[in-house]
Design a protein around this ligand. Structure first.
Ligand code: GAF
Length: 393
């Protein structure tokens, strides 16, 4: 971690909370998903990786039951203060709810949190960028509480409690992709996760001459949660209808052929498109990871393009901003493939770009984007980093 940033944050901690004695630093990354989008709540595969930008937290235990929170990203909220007994009530739409949610879920799972604490956070993941600033915060709070209260929570349980916070406290029906990638990430490794069984294996990210460029639409957040929940409900309904003719528990169990042979029972054009994406994307992810492991980046890139098209036409979660970025990127010299990443409806896309072309790529795609959309996109070359934990000083 950047020494200068560390010093600045320590000073801020001392300024906000009186002094910086007995304080520990923690970090939780963001994530990109290479492929396997909107498959995680349909029992399918995902293929994400943690990135080196994320959320930093400075924390220490208190002797009383006061919880004091401060975010460098929301200085206008000042110090948020409440007692431990009030932690089970959501405030409604502010970042402290993720802290309250994690306390509530850990307590609900039987872990003892019986004192207050001071926590200062600084997030480097652009909000609403689809790089999972919320799961990054959930897991950050998870590792902070685990360490401060010596809880010994197994990592998978911490990840699942992060997802439970998102589902039951925040109200988004998300799958486990984000929390898993952030909790289990490792430097220069992607994770192939079967969300049905939670079996996973690490896959070295060996891109040779290529880099993953993250492209941020910078689109202001709009209806992401409600649209997300709508897709969740649509795929659940499609599954229910398919269960009339098939013995399956999740759309992720189907081959493309079995899906097509039974699709008529869904009997609704929109639901068919949603389910088709979930099924095809899952099968595409299996082929894509094989190509990735075998170093066939050309095939992998083509599958990225196919994924974007399916998210655009069948799942309808892209929009003009993501389409402009991904489709313009796909046409550039030195590019093997590009697609949106994360929930969609704005947020980020990724592209596999030859290192020699990155500067031209950013210039050209940026220019087209600004002409079409009216404001600039941002670009970052992704570095694949470690999952959440204590920062070793
Ligand atoms: C969001 C959700 F949080 C994930 O669980 C996943 O469904 C993703 O959208 C789409 O693949 O990031």
């Amino acid at each position: 971690m950047d020494k200068e940033l560390q010093t600045q944050l320590k000073e801020k901690f001392a300024q906000v909370f009186g002094d910086a004695e007995n304080m520990t630093i923690y970090f939780s990354p963001g994530r990109i998903n290479l492929i396997g989008e909107h498959t995680d709540y349909n029992g399918g595969y995902v293929f994400p990786a943690a990135i080196t930008i994320g959320t930093t937290g400075l924390a220490r235990l208190r002797e009383d039951d006061k919880i004091r929170l401060y975010s460098e990203n929301f200085p206008e909220l000042g110090t948020i203060e409440f007692s431990l007994s009030e932690a089970n009530k959501a405030t409604g739409g502010i970042w402290a709810d993720y802290v309250k949610g994690m306390i509530t879920m850990l307590q609900g799972a039987g872990y003892t949190i019986d004192k207050g604490f001071d926590l200062l956070i600084y997030g480097q993941i652009p909000t609403a960028s689809g790089l999972s600033s919320s799961a990054s915060l959930e897991l950050l709070v998870g590792v902070v509480l685990d360490d401060l209260f010596k809880l010994g929570v197994p990592r998978l349980e911490l990840v699942q409690l992060g997802q439970k916070t998102e589902n039951d406290f925040i109200g988004v029906n998300s799958g486990i992709l984000d929390q898993f990638a952030i909790g289990f990430g490792q430097k220069d490794q992607a994770i192939l996760l079967d969300t049905n069984t939670l079996e996973y294996h690490m896959v070295p990210v060996q891109l040779g001459e290529y880099a993953i460029v993250i492209m941020n639409t910078n689109k202001p957040r709009a209806l992401t949660e409600s649209k997300y929940n709508e897709r969740f409900a649509e795929t659940r309904e499609a599954l229910k209808r398919m269960q009339n003719s098939l013995d399956i528990q999740a759309l992720g169990e189907l081959s493309n052929e079995d899906f097509e042979a039974n699709v008529s029972v869904i009997n609704d054009e929109t639901l068919i498109k949603r389910a088709r994406h979930a099924v095809y994307e899952n099968n595409r992810t299996k082929v894509a990871q094989k190509a990735f492991v075998e170093g066939d980046l050309k095939i992998f890139g083509q599958l990225l393009n196919d994924s974007h098209e399916s998210l655009k036409n069948d799942y309808e979660v892209t929009g003009a901003e993501l389409d402009t970025l991904a489709e313009t990127a796909q046409k550039q010299e030195g590019v093997l493939g590009a697609r949106m990443t994360g929930a969609g409806f704005g947020g980020c896309a990724i592209a596999l770009v030859h290192k020699d072309y990155v500067a031209d790529f950013e210039h050209n795609v940026g220019k087209v984007y600004e002409e079409v959309v009216g404001y600039p996109a941002s670009f970052y070359v992704a570095q694949i980093g470690d999952g959440s934990g204590k920062v070793v000083l």
